[in-house]
Design a protein around this ligand. Structure first.
Ligand SMILES: *Cc1c(COP(=O)(O)O)cnc(C)c1O
Length: 421
């Protein structure tokens, strides 16, 4: 039996209709932006393995640091105990985050980082004896797949089976110059009920790489703060250079109260997540009354190996080489976008930092389940490129170490696809 056949006997894959999906491709190894299958065929990982990988696959420096940590201490209960990698990671992160961020709470993926953020906000008000129990979020938002994270995400085909069980959330449109006044008055009207406002900064990834202006987000944050509503900046996707700056919030002048991180945190090595908050939020849980404790934790909270991977990733991330790579990708994307933007099949093309998204013109229905999506996906796979369209939106967000030759190959295949599909 092949590995694929064995897989199909025992495994249920994420986000996959197992009856109709193409059989999974066994990947043997990775190297930089490349993945190699069993038969030696290579694929350029143009989506950074679900947006996690920032320094390329099988990175030797991270592997070395992880191996050293494994032989030193693999895990320890994090209630009542601590360790060097957790402390050092928190210290180092706080020096590069907005200076109002004061405390780090560890978890183990993006959804749990969001759950922690929501719980911090809701319990903040609970601990004050104030009834502010609602969350404000954007339509089409995506914050994860666990129930709380799903509740603050837009209602969609993905949540349909659970909609009646999700707690009530106030959804607003993305901000524009035109609707700003209306959004602000809606927020002011709801203010006494709202615990927090959660958002994906600048780019709504899962919604199809929908982008909006930093200036408008900034104005909403200022307004929420004036109304006493906490602001939760979900940087699970945008953190660590994706948008061209270290964090998307670096495009803002107003600083969020809470931040969530995961995907790029370990450089794409392993699952990890964390939530940071201000001193004010932390202080609201200090009490001789045990009921004011944040009762949240995961078995693998602050796993030392994940901390070591994150520290190693941070070393690489903060190097001048990575900075140069990010700017190189930004410029290459710009040049390619300028070249194809007027093509009849391109409906819109948009870019934020290292993220380039093209909306394909299509006569048929344009949702996530369109057959165009499947044809595009297969076309690029056959060409040795992993691009996973969101409906009719193709996007490239490569590991920062991708070479110019690899980038140009992706661009040339997209140009070919525009003629052939
Ligand atoms: C992917 C994502 C999450 C969820 O992270 P998981 O690790 O997949 O649970 C949350 N927020 C945003 C913005 C994301 O893109």
């Amino acid at each position: 039996m092949t590995l694929t056949e064995r897989d199909l006997k025992v495994i249920w894959h994420p986000y996959t209709q197992m009856q109709t999906a193409l059989p999974p491709i066994p990947i043997l190894r990775g190297d930089g932006a490349l993945l190699f299958d069993e038969n030696g065929k290579e694929y350029i990982d143009a989506v950074s393995s679900w947006w996690t990988n920032i320094h390329g696959h099988a990175n030797k420096y991270i592997a070395q640091k992880v191996a050293e940590q494994l032989l030193q201490l693999e895990h320890v209960i994090f209630a009542g105990f601590t360790h060097q990698p957790a402390v050092e990671l928190a210290e180092r992160l706080l020096t590069i985050l907005p200076n109002n961020q004061a405390k780090v709470f560890y978890s183990d993926n993006g959804s749990t980082a969001v759950e922690v953020a929501i719980k911090m906000c809701l319990q903040y008000w609970h601990n004050q004896g104030v009834k502010r129990t609602k969350v404000l979020a954007f339509k089409n938002a995506y914050h994860g797949d666990t129930f709380g994270a799903m509740a603050v995400s837009g209602r969609s085909a993905f949540t349909a089976a659970f909609d009646s069980l999700l707690f009530e959330v106030e959804f607003i449109d993305l901000p524009t110059a035109e609707n700003m006044k209306q959004l602000k008055s809606r927020i002011s009207y709801l203010r006494s009920e709202l615990a927090c406002f959660i958002f994906e900064p600048l780019v709504q990834g899962s919604a199809g790489m929908i982008m909006y202006e930093a200036e408008h987000l900034n104005e909403l944050i200022v307004h929420c703060k004036a109304e006493g509503i906490f602001t939760v900046d979900d940087e699970v996707f945008t953190g660590f250079g994706r948008t061209g700056k270290n964090f998307a919030c670096n495009y803002l002048t107003e600083q969020p109260d809470i931040m969530c991180f995961s995907k790029g945190l370990t450089g794409g090595t392993m699952a990890f997540g964390l939530t940071t908050c201000t001193q004010k939020i932390y202080d609201a849980f200090l009490s001789t009354d045990k009921m004011k404790t944040l009762f949240h934790g995961h078995s693998y909270t602050a796993n030392p190996i994940a901390c070591a991977a994150s520290l190693a990733s941070l070393d690489i991330f903060l190097s001048s080489e990575t900075e140069a790579n990010i700017q190189r990708i930004v410029k290459a994307h710009q040049a390619f976008a300028a070249k194809i933007k007027d093509h009849a099949k391109i409906k819109t093309i948009r870019q934020t930092g290292t993220i380039l998204a093209m909306e394909w013109q299509t006569g048929e229905d344009t949702n996530y389940f369109s057959s165009l999506r499947d044809r595009l996906y297969k076309y690029f796979l056959d060409a040795g490129i992993i691009l996973r369209p969101l409906g009719n939106v193709i996007y490239i967000l490569p590991p920062y170490c991708i070479t110019d030759a690899q980038l140009n190959y992706i661009y040339s295949k997209i140009t070919d696809a525009l003629e052939e599909i």
